[in-house]
Design a protein around this ligand. Structure first.
Ligand SMILES: [Zn+2]
Length: 116
């Protein structure tokens, strides 16, 4: 069986790939693209936008292994796959995730120091 393409195709207002098949629109893509740029601007230097399609258009900001993306209407998640945190703003989510990593690192260091 041939794999379906993830390259979006234009049909009127539709901007959707055969592999997705949802019938995503150009307006949805443009919204995700705009929101991705806004997110990157909010986060500052070092972040880049990523927009992708999978039963709708989605976006996130990436920096190395870290991603920041919307969760619902008013929350943002920052995650590296191991640690994550949610907050009202992208910057707060990043700060909370950073604090979670630092806290875990401290616990690991304490554990290492406790070794006889
Ligand atoms: Zn689609």
């Amino acid at each position: 069986m041939k794999e379906l393409s993830w390259k979006p195709r234009v049909r009127g207002d539709v901007y959707c790939s055969p592999a997705c098949g949802r019938g995503c629109t150009r307006a949805e893509y443009q919204h995700a693209d705009k929101m991705a740029d806004k997110l990157v601007i909010q986060l500052g230097v070092g972040w880049r936008a990523r927009v992708w399609e999978n039963l709708g258009w989605h976006y996130e900001a990436k920096a190395g292994e870290w991603s920041v993306y919307p969760s619902g209407d008013r929350m943002f998640l920052a995650s590296n796959g191991q640690f994550g945190a949610a907050a009202d703003t992208p910057a707060e989510a990043v700060a909370a995730a950073r604090a979670a990593v630092i806290e875990a690192a401290k616990k690991l260091m304490d554990s290492a120091r406790a070794l006889p």
